[in-house]
Design a protein. Structure first.
Length: 162
């Protein structure tokens, strides 16, 4: 399998990557479309990355660092439908785990839109279990919060205890 080129979105000088990240996010999460300004703001708070195979956009990720004294980070890997089941999600996810670890995470959560059955299958297949399901005001599709069973990050290469 060819390795992806994964790059961090720069909140100040990364409009091309910010637009690519926005495109993937808005396609996969149509219930919560983000503006370019929203993406820039998030890039200042979270680790946002974009994945390319050559010059072809494949997916993106978000790592929300631990907050409020907790050692729990949120890692979200998104892969465009035409690029799923080719191992790209695994590479994006593993890189997100490494980013979470660098940010001080000891445990990992994720969130998936209920209608994204591929995303749910991926999370469940990687040892996550559902912890909550909710619908935001004005929406009709639920979000599913999941937590990694055992929760602990172990080796620097991204190996998880389960």
């Amino acid at each position: 399998m060819t390795d992806l080129r994964i790059e961090q979105v720069d909140p100040v000088d990364g409009d091309t990557m910010a637009r690519d990240w926005q495109y993937v996010h808005n396609l996969i999460i149509p219930t919560d479309p983000l503006s370019l300004d929203d993406v820039r703001e998030r890039a200042g708070r979270f680790l946002l990355e974009v994945a390319y195979l050559g010059d072809v956009l494949v997916g993106c990720s978000t790592v929300r660092p631990p907050a409020d004294g907790a050692a729990v980070a949120t890692v979200i890997a998104r892969v465009l439908p035409d690029h799923r089941r080719q191992g790209f999600g695994e590479q994006i996810y593993r890189r997100g785990l490494a980013g979470a670890r660098r940010l001080g995470a000891e445990e990992v959560e994720t969130v998936v839109l209920e209608s994204n059955q591929d995303g749910l299958r991926f999370a469940l297949g990687h040892g996550f279990v559902e912890t909550d399901r909710y619908v935001l005001d004005g929406d009709t599709v639920a979000y599913v919060d999941l937590r990694l069973v055992g929760g602990a990050l172990t080796q620097p290469g991204g190996t998880l205890t389960q």
